[in-house]
Structures are given as C-alpha cells and as structure tokens.
Ligand binder design. Sequence first.
Ligand SMILES: [Zn+2]
Ligand SMILES: [Zn+2]
Length: 322
Amino acid sequence: MGALSWCVAAGWRALVWVTVWLVLVPAPRVAVAQRYFPGGPALPGGDTTLVITLGTGTPVPNPDRSGPATAIVVGRRVFLFDAGAGVMRRVAAAGLPIDGVTAAFITHLHSDHTLGLPDLILTSWVMGRTAPMRVVGPPGLRRMTDHLVAAWSEDTLVRVQGLERGRPGGYRVDAREVTGGVVFDSGGVKVTAIRVPHGEWEYAFAYRVDTPSRSIVISGDTRYSEALERASSGVDVLVHEVYAETRVAPEARPGGELWPRYLREVHTSDVELGRLAAAAQPRVLLLSHVLFMGATEQEVIDGIRRGGFTGRVVIARDIGRY
Ligand SMILES: [Zn+2]
Ligand SMILES: [Zn+2]
C-alpha cells in the first residue's frame, strides 16, 4: 500500500469511528452541575414547563411579598423575569439552582424590578457560577450592571485574592440591551420582548415565552396595552400587574394629588385588565405586582369581572407554582 492510499484508508477509518462516537455516545443533558439549597421542593423534571412566581410584590416592602420576579422553568433550565428585592432567597426556597439561572430578562429599570440584580449576580457567583451571568433588558441595562460590578469591586477582589479562593470572572455580566422582538431562541424556548407604555420610560417590556408545551406572557409594569393584549391571545398563562380601581384617591403627601393620574397613565386597573383578558382569553390570569391600596383580594377580582373576564383568575403568591 502506497503512502497516499494508506492515508486515504486511515482517513476513512477515522471518519467511521467519529460517526459511531457521535451516534452512540449521548451528549450530557446539563454541562454544569447545578447547586441547590438543601431541603427545597423538587422540580418536576423532564420537559415540563412551570411558572413560579418568586416575588409578587411592589415597591412596598411587604414581608410576605418579595420584589417582582417570575421564573419559567423548562426541564432544568430556568428563565428569570425581573430581579426584585430578595430574589435569591426566593430562588432557594423555590428549589431552583442557586448558582445561576440560564438567563435573566428585565422588563424595565425601575428599582423595584432591579434591586435584586446585585444579589442575582454576586450570590450565584459565590455559590459557584463561573460563566458571566446573561441578563437581557432595555437600553441602560449595561450601564446599571457595570455600576453594580464596580460598586462591589472591593468584595470581588477580597473573595478572589483571599482565603475564599473565589474563582475570578464569574461575577461578570453578559448584559444584552434589546429594543424589542425575539431576544432569545434556543432549545425550543423563544422569548419575545413587547414594548409597553409605562410612564416616562422610553423602553419597558412585557415578555412572551413560548416553550415546547406552554405559552406565557409576563406584563412587567404597563398601562393598558393593545400590543400586550394581542401578544396574550389564547396564552396558557398571563401574569399581569394591576391596581384596585375602587381605591384610586389622592395621597396625603406633597405631589400626592397626582397619584390618581399616575395610576391611570402608568399602570392597569382591575377593570381594564378584565377587559384585556376578556379579549385575550388566557387559560389562567395570574395577578402579580398588585397595588391593593387597602382593597381586599375579592375587590380586585370583582374589578376584573366588571371588566368582562369570566375565566380563571388567581392572585399569585410568592413561590406559587402554576
Ligand atoms: Zn413595579
Ligand atoms: Zn415600573
């Protein structure tokens, strides 16, 4: 056998072996081991899609309701929407990995939706994350995360150089600023950002998430939005903010006379949401970020009914699974 024909034969043998290897040896399902807080509830596994309302609160520091944060779990992947105050405690309590989520999506940069960002970034690093945390959100997000990383630079230096032997780099953020449209599409999960009107914010998003088994829309903060109504048509779950129409009144503080106008121009009333849901017909309407202002849960649900929605309405709780 000449040198050339030997090379050709060896090349074919190598090709056959590579093919056998690719067909027979399955790829690992998860490349990196995920770390959980002990004693948390188990996840269903498989390719089941689960909505977990980690934090259902508002700027009010209600101890029963953490800052806004919703997780959509698809198999072992976790997609986080907003990172309000207390987010990592809720991630741990929900039985989700404490060393990082697959990706986080921010609806807008209001503090109640972003106060948990340093927690999300730094705690997951200390718990073992080594790759930069992927965070998607509106313009201004990168400036915010750059400032956060800078604000804790003494901490990261001490953790890396001191006896903790923290691994350098994991505290970094892969911040991706977007202005709408499809912002994530991988492994059967598609996330679409929908621009919504929210006061003076130039960019505020709702997100629609399509997984192999479910469709979910998360409103973020918004006044009544027709774009959101269209995007929510026939979805399995609509997570929406709301305020109690019956409790709209001026507040006793300087500037408080503008409060009713603020609510009407910046947020969505229960009656308006009832109208939106009657048109969109979600299989379940989950109320989160509820501005009760003294109203009972029943008053808010009655408002939804006055708007015309007769389907299933649930006032979401922290760590609720839907
Ligand atoms: Zn808010
Ligand atoms: Zn807001």
